[in-house]
Design a protein around this ligand. Sequence first.
Ligand code: MOS
Length: 742
Amino acid sequence: MSVLGQPLDRTDGLLKVTGQARYSADNPEAKLAHAVLVTSTIAHGRVASMDTARIQAMPGVLLVMTHETAMRLPDGGKPNAEPPAVRRLSLLQTDEVRYSNEPVAIVVADTLERATDGARQLQASIRYEAAMPNADFQRAKGTAYQPEKMMGRPINTQRGDVAAGLRQGPTRLDAVYTTPNEHHNPMEPHATLARWDGPNLTLYDATQGVSGARGAVAKTLGIPEANVRVLCPFVGGGFGCKGSAWSHVVLAAMAAKQTGRPVRLVLERPQMFGMVGNRPFTDQHIQISARDDGTLTGMRHDVISSTSTFEDWNESSAIVTRMLYAVPNQATTHKLVKLDVGTPTFMRAPGETSGSFALESAMDEMAYELNMDPLAFRLKNYAEMEPQEKRPWSEKSLRECYQIGADKFGWSRRNPKPRSMRDGNTLIGLGMATATYPANRSEASAIARILPDGTAMVASGTQDLGTGTYTVMTQVAADALGFPMDKVEFALGDSSLPHAPVSGGSQSVASVSPAVREAALQARAKLIAMAIADSVSPLSGGSIDDVTVNNGWVISRADPSKRDPAAAVIARNGGKPIEAMATTKPGDEKQQFAFHSFGAVFTEVHVDADLGTIRVPRIVGVYDVGSLLNEKTAHSQLMGGLVWGIGSALTEKSELDARYGRYTNANLAEYHVPVNADIGLLDITLLGKPDPHINPLGARGIGEIGITGVAGSIANAVYHATGVRVRDLPITLDKVMPKTTV
Ligand code: MOS
């Protein structure tokens, strides 16, 4: 039986639970110096003065790096490279302050305590020239403009005759949905340890992309990429915020250069709110029109989201609307408003999370207007082919997801009337929504080595964010080599390894596993050829079609008594590792097919009739995400996505005080992520149908689809429970509390 797909424990699990996994900030270094960031308390203006000399004289302080003392960077720290490859950073090259919590200085000392003390005292000494910030999204909406690009996708789309389509159906909806700023908050904060050895820079950096970080740092510092090595064997969660090399990464390298010591810089939790990206505000205007039988005739989805004053970053909320339903006449647009805030960034299913809340809420509202079952309404408008580009799907089993989900959930027992189902003082709501995320794939490379001791070493410069990359790539390699799992070691998280893409956009599995498989297959073929050519081997003179590798033995299929251990074959033939390297990339299948994953999310909510408190006792999620490389880690990915979906629906919001442009809940006590007590039954089914076109393994990425559709499903369940339609996330008790209580 193949090891592929098996629900194996994580190969790095023991290291993690015993504390042996070394995260970026854990690396020991001789003569390590500690850096603490000082960040702005105003959102717009300039630093007028600070007590640099006094802090510099404090015991143990090695460096006070400010806009006056920081090394000058080429092009003022704005390299000629486009975001998001290289972000617009805050590198102490000017006295300007562009957002709250922007780096304005760094204090480096011989201990963390002395650096922290120095940073606090420096912070207290800063005098600013402050101007009124522009941080009120609702007020700034009038200044919305169309950006030049949106991560390689069209900013606007149009098909059919939209105006006519919107007039055509007698049933219409015109509604605005809004979502707040949110911040990623992985357990491991951003952290960088920088060390220079002459002209060479080594960075231990908490990143989703070692190659991307290397490129961004090299370009910003103006040094060759070959001089930079980024290491990241373990990441304590990324979710998008670690997909870019932000200011602190370069600042750590600068501080190490200026002190001549290795420097460690870890962001404090409150510093995670501003300089390392977030999900921006969205304002989503949706218009829908349908015939009496539920056939969609027209749809518009116009999105405004917020960005910083110095970089256009686009929350692509309407891309989900382009592909999900077979509506003939449709327009989607994206606009931005600039605020005095840090630049937003990718945050788990960027676009699809906020967009699917709006679209799937709107579809539910339409179903009620049409007096139609919400699931039947979706089936009525099922997209048999991708409706924007008119391409066939590579594989789509959304109908099956709906069906299985509805059965498991007991959808047929739902009384559609709002406020009709209750248990004592508990209002019961049942809602559903569709989940979807594109299936991305990029070029990737890997190397496989069969070692003289009969083990194998396989490697690629990819990352494991905690998702299971080590484990699934070991499975892919073991399967292709014909070796047992415990004889294969997989290495990642090092920019000197063969190149792999950023672990973002749910693309690692789809991109890296074909390269790992190909490298392993080639190494296996070399081993087989070696055995066949070896006059002493029992396989000597055998045919390539007959000889295979199984459980670490080179073996004849026809006569399994003819077998030879891999180690013995290598020992007799020079004793050197057998090595193969492979690069794989997508072909023109992207032009032929539309690649998407799908799912159906059914949610039960319980709402206290008096207090408006909302609980989620049960979610049934059914997903069509291609083949599964590991059923257990796949299940965990979906679970994590659903948990975060509950957070985005009910608890998460970064409160931006528009008067100061400052987040007022920049800590884990007041930024509410769901905890165990908030989570009920998560009943997850994965269809496991191979995608025949994405890659030889049939596996699509699953990092992001789990969060999509969840907020919509919960919002729809809350409406069903209470009769209150909340179009503004998060859905807190004040928004559903009965307005009539005394
Ligand atoms: Mo994901 S938000 O592309 O890391």
